[in-house]
Design a protein around this ligand. Sequence first.
Ligand code: SF4
Ligand code: SF4
Ligand code: SF4
Length: 449
Amino acid sequence: MNDNIISKYVYQFISSKNENLIYSSRSNSILKITKELSEFLEEAKQKSSLLLYLDEKLFQLFKHHKIIVNKRDDADFLLERQFVEDQITFSNSTIGLVLVPTLACNFDCSYCFEEGKKAVKMNDDIIEQLILFVKRHKNAKNLEITWYGGEPLLAFDTIKRIIDKIKNEIDLKLTKHSIVTNGYYFTNEVIDYFKINTLNDIQITLDGNKERHDSIRKQKKTGEGSYEVLMNNIENILEKLSDTQLSIRVNIDKKNVDDFNIIYHDLRERWKGKKINIYPGILRIDNDSKKALSSESLSQWETFDLYFDLRKKKMIEGSIFPTLEYHKGCCATVLNSYIIGPRGEIYKCWNDVSDETRIVGYIKDEKLSNPSLFYRYIIGSKFYKDKECLDCFLLPVCSGKCAFFHLRNLYEDGKYNLCQCLQKSPYLLNRCLEHFYYENTDKVCSYKD
Ligand code: SF4
Ligand code: SF4
Ligand code: SF4
């Protein structure tokens, strides 16, 4: 009696060197096999009783790599995966706060969500409510804060007041402290403050090379570009906040994608040996109907091509070969993470900030004002609610879909391509897998007859 089958998480292909490779996403391993064995395994997929005829050594090898599994094993794996996902979702030991002390900004970027919105600043009443809101999370032990805007440093006084109150009135460990800023107001005064109130991460955005950046990130009032000011401020940060990880996001769309290489090498040369992470920020600009990306934005597969190339050149972090890590979720998909706007309004996703229709509640209230949106983010966006993911052989190595766009597909007739897994791209899957196999043959187990 045979209780074994070929796992649904197995993928076979012929490499560019005309060799048969077999990949298992359950074990994340890749093996070279003979053509005959490959054909045998294909047949055994349809007729599992054939596995009884497999040589014992090979059988054990394939069991070890989860190429052959017990017939209930894949289903049990999905239950385990859902359990872990739910544990992450409902963990209450940490509160993650993205705080928006103001929606105002000194710049005027054409693609900004802030356009036409009121430049409200968080007042003392809201700060009091914020402290009470955090205290209501009785099981929490850790606090993570990210400053966001508008431009958060336009409300530097508010940031200082909130940090003071947290230090004096809240008994939680500040385990992560970050800021997403346009960088223009990162003055010496700000640096001195963050020397004491240490930041783990600073993210500053450039909109491409100097010419492009200055034409987009210009002062609202004077139209003056900001590139030189940012370069000086970044230099100052690197020198004086050397314990903080500085990330430079370089915004990219179809028009300037070829500039990234040059910008990257220029900046690396300028800040040689410094703790700085430079990466492409893919601009996701909607088309007019907000149902798909505009023609200016790189498509998902074009984005993956770019990542593949940059990772191959070791210019950006991340693995070309899949990794077997559980997706940690994002602010939108876990319970205890909130984005809090200047009026005390709560959002789940960064993209929702300042959109009245996307507010899920207010920090002063016990009850949510838009529970449907909240539950859609927390539960509705999960892989176990998504047939495409449940059927996908890459699920064990996938970091899931962006919940914001996934909800657009589900509820607003969106047509976004959302797979975040580099290897899902039809043009890249084989190249990613074989790149690893041929570069690291000592790290993989290969069967050769
Ligand atoms: S810097 Fe950021 S917040 Fe300010 S206008 Fe540009 S995108 Fe918007
Ligand atoms: S839903 Fe998408 S855009 Fe929103 S916070 Fe999560 S990953 Fe970011
Ligand atoms: S997001 Fe895409 S690659 Fe990932 S499991 Fe779902 S369908 Fe597969």
